[in-house]
Design a binder for this molecule. Structure first.
Ligand code: GLU
Ligand code: ZN
Length: 296
């Protein structure tokens, strides 16, 4: 059997410029794919216009270029795939695997139970008649969902009891991230997903969708997330400072230090290409701290 070709990806949402947290994800996914002779794709997750910033997508691509990242194939835009997402939902509805949810935000806040208070109790199960301006939820079940993360180890979830049936198309008629990400990862033949540990709790939703849609499950690796002293994620939402493209080498060095792939002092003066080349050659999964959060 020939070993499977590794295909990794970086999938930013164009909600703002690249910040240190997303640089770590880009770098980790890039080094993991390249160190195994694999491809690395970029996919723009532009299906949530209200959260997007004009020009952010191009800005992210320019920044990646300025840092010396090279991607394979064209950049994929999720906004070009809306028809595929809709067809998938139509099939799920037809097969009674999804249903219309008429609950308002307020209803849900009142009804929601579960430990986190975020569980949807399935109130609208069985609503199969098309209704306008409602969200669409996928049915969950109480089968155990397990993940063997390449870095973080084992996780188990009971999706129905912990989260409940979840939204695949929003009330505002936008497609949910969970649905789009699973369809596109499969469509692009992604074998290895490397992303921040803030997305760990999204993973059981993705594994469930892969089972229902009969799609292959890729390997997952959730990198530790950079947090501030209060434990809050550095992100575009919290206005963490964008990375500076004119300062690519020090920023890349800091990202490598974060991933505990520290450059030996004799390489301290390399340019960005030499630095990425060194990092590909010396990429070590064992060195990455297997922790969900690291304070920086
Ligand atoms: N687009 C998502 C984000 O920027 C990441 C998706 C993923 O890696 O699965 O948070
Ligand atoms: Zn409902």
């Amino acid at each position: 059997m020939t070993p499977e070709k590794v295909i990794g990806r970086f999938a930013p949402s164009p909600t703002g410029p690249l910040h240190f947290g997303s640089l770590i994800t880009a770098l980790g996914s890039y080094l993991d794919a390249r160190s195994r002779g694999g491809e690395w794709r970029v996919r723009m997750e532009d299906i949530d216009p209200p959260r997007e910033q004009p020009g952010a997508g191009d800005n992210i691509l320019k920044t990646l270029e300025a840092f010396g990242f090279e991607w394979d194939g064209p950049v994929i835009y999720q906004s070009q795939h809306l028809g595929v997402y809709q067809d998938t939902i139509t099939d799920l509805l037809k097969n009674k695997l999804a249903y219309y949810c008429t609950c308002s935000r307020k209803d849900i806040a009142e009804l929601a139970d579960g430990d986190s208070g975020a569980r949807y109790p399935g109130t609208c199960r069985g609503h199969t008649r098309p209704r306008e301006n409602t969200s669409i939820r996928i049915l969950t079940n109480n089968n155990k969902i397990s993940l063997l993360d390449r870095l973080q180890g084992e996780y188990h979830w009971d999706l129905e009891n912990e989260f409940g049936d979840f939204i695949i198309k929003r009330k505002d008629q936008l497609f949910a991230y969970h649905l789009a990400v699973v369809i596109d990862d499969a469509e692009q033949g992604i074998t290895d997903i490397i992303r921040g540990a803030d997305l760990l709790t999204s993973t059981p939703h993705h594994l469930h969708l892969q089972q229902v849609l009969e799609l292959a499950t890729p390997n997952y690796l959730h990198l530790p997330m950079a947090v501030d002293k209060t434990g809050a994620k550095l992100s575009k939402q919290t206005h963490a400072t964008p990375v500076n493209s004119d300062n690519a080498v020090p920023e890349l060095q800091a990202a490598l230090v974060f991933l505990n792939q520290t450059l030996p002092p004799e390489h301290a003066h390399c340019n960005k290409h030499e630095l990425l080349g060194w990092a590909i050659k010396h990429w070590s999964l064992e060195n990455i701290p297997a922790s969900e959060k690291i304070i920086i």
